[in-house]
Every structure is written in C-alpha cells, then in structure tokens.
Design a protein around this ligand. Structure first.
Ligand code: 8YV
Length: 327
C-alpha cells in the first residue's frame, strides 16, 4: 500500500476510506512534514493530506521525493509552493466551491454586526445599561454600498446575499467578470472607484506575492471615514499595522476580521481592545456541514490522484496532463 502523510482532522469513516488504499503516517497539525516525518517515511510517502497550517515550501517538497499529490484541506493554497510542486511533477489539489456559502454567510455576518453594532449591543444588555435607556441607534444596510475586492466564487456568493439586503454591490477584480455583470450581481469599478464608493469593503482575493499587503495605508486613506473593512480571505492581504493605525486615527470606522497576519491572534493585539472591531478565529468555513464537504473532497482528491483517476479539484492540472516537468 502506498504511504500517505495525513496532517488534517480526518473523521473516522473517511480515515477508513484512506486506510483501505493506503498506509497512513500521522503528523500533528501545524508541524513541518520535513521535520516531523521519519527519514524512511519521507522517502516512500506518495501523497500528503494537509491543512493551510502545513508549510509545503521548497524544503518540504524536496524532503518528500516520492510524493505525487498534495491534497490541501482548504480552497486557499498559499501554504504550498505551487510552481515548485509543478516543476517537480507534484499535483496540488484543493477544495473549491463547497465552502463558498459558509464564507459568504460569515462575511454578511460581519457586515450586519458592524452596521448594527451587535457586539456592543450585546454588551449593553449584559451590563444592564438597557435599564437606563435604549442603546444608541445604528445603521441600515439597505442603500449602502458593498465593495467586493475580488469576484471569484466566494465574492459572487457574497454579492447574492448582499442583494437580498438591498445593498448596492460593486466589485473590482483583476479581470472584469462579465458573467457576474450580466447576471446583475455587481457592477465593475476601478480599484480607486471601489475604495472611494464602498461603505463596506470586503476582501475576497487569494494570498499571493501580488496581493500580500495590498490593502494598506493608501487604501485606507482612499476609503470613506465611515467605511468598514471586512476580511474573510487571508490576513496578510491586509497590512495589519496600517489597519491598526487607520482605526486608531479614525480613517475608517471599523473592521470585521476572520483572518489576521499571524494566527492565532495575540490577545494583546490592539485589535482586541477596539470596540469597533469584530473578530472571529479563522472560522469562515468552520461549520459541521462545510468542513465535512471539504474533507470529503480533500480525501477524494487524494485517493483519485493516487489511483490515477482525475481528481475533482486540481490547482495545477498541467501536472496531470503530463505538461509538468518529468519526474
Ligand atoms: C481553512 C481556509 O482551510 O479554505 C481555506 O482556504 O482558509 C479554511 O477553510 C480551514 O481552517 C481548514 O484548514
């Protein structure tokens, strides 16, 4: 049986499915495979099932010469050096599609929480302030502009939800997304127009060399003072020091953050002391149903690739088409 390295929370039934075809080597989540796996298992491992917390950089890939597939339990794959994997003939798989709704739901949750000041409202009731009088008024979503930075699968799902709340939805994307415009989901704007118009700026881009730190002081300065930032993508897309400064200086009104530059977030971070910031623990996809669907897809991707079948979701399909470098 081929050896596979598993560093992901696989439930028992799916683990049995893997064990029917493979020998599993377990690695605690977050550990480097080139350090945690024995030399013998590193030499023979044919596949990897891991989370975004497993660095699959050049060193890790080099240490696993027989690996032909890395199945990521995530749609994002910024933990993997994909060009290096492609050059080495390693197929990279991910879990697109099955988590779009959950992430979009949490995004709208942030928008509603921020507009209606729900975290403060909750504290107001618990403190007994309600006994002294009603809580301060908040703001409508209807008529407000949601600016989507990134219009992929998740951005579109957010647009659909925001429309149901009678928001105006505009977006900016590397490539103009004509289908979204034809469906009336959102209107295209230049990046600067988007920043200037948005009452809520929500980030839906992958983390890459181009997007790292791409929402920073220049962007906050271009936004309305009354605008909120929502980030359910990847923390490092936002320059967090600049965000903290922008919040402290009142350049923007607040933020809803599911992801941070460093996770888990240090509770000593100034973000944790700000009443106009709502935080979640990288939980966009963290529902029972969505995590199950993600794991089913990630396991199927792994087993399909090892059996020579075409996985449902491939990041670098050129490897399978035989266009990657030879082994
Ligand atoms: C995490 C995510 O993968 O899909 C992604 O890109 O960031 C999340 O769904 C999740 O924490 C599981 O590891």
């Amino acid at each position: 049986l081929p050896t596979v390295i598993v560093s992901a929370p696989v439930p028992p039934d799916l683990r049995s499915a893997i064990e029917a075809a493979c020998r599993i080597v377990d690695v605690p989540i977050g550990q480097r495979l080139d350090q945690a796996v024995s030399a013998a298992d590193r030499e023979t491992a044919r596949g990897v099932l891991c989370t975004v917390r497993t660095p699959m950089d050049a060193d890790a890939l080099d240490a696993l010469p027989a690996v032909s597939v890395v199945s990521n339990f995530a749609v994002g794959y910024d933990n993997i050096d994909v060009p290096r994997a492609t050059r080495g003939g390693v197929l990279v798989c991910n879990t697109p599609g099955v988590l779009d709704r959950a992430v979009a739901d949490l995004t709208m949750g942030f928008v509603i929480c921020l507009a209606r000041d729900m975290v403060q409202g909750d504290a107001y009731v618990r403190r007994g302030d309600w006994l002294k009088g009603p809580a301060p008024l908040t703001a409508d979503l209807a008529g407000k502009t949601l600016g989507l930075l990134g219009m992929g699968r998740i951005g579109r799902m957010v647009a659909r939800r925001a429309q149901a709340f009678d928001m105006r939805v505009v977006y900016h994307n590397r490539n103009r997304d004509t289908p979204s415009e034809e469906l009336g989901l959102a209107a295209y704007r230049s990046r600067d127009e988007l920043l200037a118009e948005a009452d809520f700026l929500s980030v839906h881009v992958p983390l890459s060399a181009e997007t790292r730190g791409s929402v920073g002081m220049r962007e906050f300065a271009a936004m309305k003072h009354s605008a909120y930032l929502v980030n359910t993508s990847r923390g490092p897309v936002v320059d967090e020091a600049a965000l903290i400064r922008a919040l402290q200086e009142g350049r923007i009104a607040g933020a809803g953050l599911d992801v941070m530059e460093r996770e888990p977030l240090d509770p000593a971070s100034p973000l944790c002391a700000m009443p106009n910031v709502v935080l979640q623990a990288h939980a966009g996809s963290a529902t029972v149903e969505t995590r199950r669907a993600m794991m089913e897809l990630a396991v199927a991707n792994l087993l399909d690739a090892l059996a020579g079948r075409q996985p449902r979701a491939m990041v670098n399909p050129a490897v399978r088409d035989g266009m990657g470098a030879a082994h």
